[in-house]
Design a protein around this ligand. Structure first.
Ligand code: NAD
Ligand code: DAU
Length: 377
């Protein structure tokens, strides 16, 4: 089976490439533009594998994508290429519209043209798998509700709005043109090779540098955390065994407040790399201005993928976070150049027209109940 993974030099895409290449029956082409977030060092474990090849290209380049689909006789496209950071989407939404919406439109066109030229048998087996996010469902109240596949879309940020738009395009290409698509919407990934603009790697590396650990607002926002290797296994199943036209929610069953996550990292570092003079890492925590439009909580009901595809996460948050912290302690060769040359950890996404959401203290349970209409319990 021949895979085209787009965005394969990114955090999740590189985990998918490493995972797929372990199967000698698969051949993997990684197509990536190599933006600030793309890093070929994340592919080092497979760069010489017989079943792996890399192609630098932009998913908006329809002709280039079509040529690669034909040259490599692709059976499955896994579309992970995207601008992925909410804070950057607040500072500069244009790139998100370009890659996440226009790029998805163009790669869908290329896939459709390629698919139409296949034999009937190969047409039936072909899949276009679009990798999306739980953020398309929007803001959940603190006190209940989970996202199911049927939860209405209500994105809050330029990033999540652009991902929602791309999901709609993918569905439309299925309904209108018959392209065999599958979608997956997952929660916050974490693990090795995570670009240090996102909360967990940023906090680990700031702590090691004795820099402040920035917690937005009161740190009460809740995310569900999914270990990236568990996600890669889920994506393989969705791409190869998912039912065309369907979407699958993927989650780690590990809801944590942001403050809880930061404190857990500090506690692990206290054990593994104690600070001088008996100081504790949690002393570096600082509360900073909240993110504009900051969704309070995300929670995933992943029972469909468990029931239909037999997937459940292997890692719990404690074991996954310990593996992650250990990986950053052992792999400065990977993150050192990024912190020095690409992104040193400065605050992104302040915005100036924040539409603030109520904090848990300010809001009444009745208020949450009224807002929970978006979520299915
Ligand atoms: P990432 O930012 O680490 O990587 C994105 C990759 O896409 C980079 O290698 C980049 O070079 C490449 N890219 C960007 N624009 C491109 C273009 N126009 N053409 C080709 N390549 C391009 O992102 P990630 O965290 O690995 O996320 C991968 C996918 O999963 C995204 O679609 C994201 O929306 C989705 N997702 C991520 C998470 C998460 O927690 N990280 C959760 C849910 C969904
Ligand atoms: O839910 C899935 C999404 O998870 C993906 O679609 C996105 O691509 C991915 O980036 C991630 O989005 P988040 O915005 O949830 O991730 P981030 O790591 O940026 O932030 C996690 C939480 O931590 C969020 O509530 C904001 C907060 N935060 C973040 C940073 C960077 C802080 O408190 N301090 C920080 O410095």
């Amino acid at each position: 089976m021949n895979f085209l993974v787009t965005g394969g030099a990114g955090f999740i895409g590189s985990a998918v490439c490493r995972h797929l290449c372990a199967n000698p029956a698969y051949r993997v082409t990684n197509l990536d533009k190599l933006t600030y977030a793309g890093n070929l060092a994340s592919l080092r474990p497979i760069e010489n594998a017989h079943n792996y090849r890399f192609e630098q290209a932009d998913i908006r380049d329809e002709r280039a994508v079509l040529a690669i689909l034909r040259r490599d006789d692709i059976d499955v496209v896994m579309n992970l290429a995207a601008e992925s950071h909410v804070d950057r989407s607040i500072d500069g939404p244009g790139a998100f519209i370009e890659t996440n919406i226009v790029g998805t439109y163009r790669i869908l066109n290329a896939a459709l043209e390629y698919w139409r030229g296949l034999s009937e048998e190969r047409k039936a087996g072909f899949r276009f798998h679009h990798v999306s996010t739980d953020e398309v469902f929007g803001d959940l109240p603190f006190d209940g509700g989970m996202f199911v596949e049927e939860t209405p879309y209500a994105p809050s940020s330029p990033y999540s709005a652009s991902k929602a738009a791309s999901d709609h395009l993918v569905r439309a290409w299925h309904e209108t043109y018959g392209l065999p698509v599958v979608l997956s919407n997952c929660s916050n990934n974490y693990g090795p090779y995570h670009f240090p603009e996102k909360l967990i790697p940023l906090v680990i590396l700031n702590a090691l540098d004795e820099k402040p650990l920035p917690v937005y607002g009161a740190g009460a926002n809740v995310r569900d955390w999914l270990f990236v290797e568990d996600h890669a296994r889920a994506l393989e199943l969705v791409a190869t065994r998912g039912r065309p036209g369907e979407s699958y929610n993927v989650g780690g069953n590990s809801e944590r407040t942001n403050l809880g996550v930061v404190e857990a990292i500090c506690a692990l570092l206290d054990l593994r790399r104690p600070r001088a003079g008996g100081k504790r890492y949690r002393e570096l925590i600082g509360f900073v201005t909240d993110r504009p439009g900051h969704d309070r909580r995300y929670a995933i009901d992943a029972s469909k993928i468990a029931r239909e595809l037999g997937w459940t996460p292997k890692e719990n948050f404690d074991s996954g976070l310990a593996r992650t912290v250990d990986w950053y302690l052992d792999n400065k060769w990977w993150w050192g150049p990024i912190r020095e040359q690409r992104y040193a950890g400065e605050r992104l996404g302040h915005g100036s027209v924040a539409k603030s959401r109520p904090s848990p203290i300010e809001s009444s349970p009745a208020g949450y109940a009224a807002e929970s209409r978006k979520a299915t319990t």
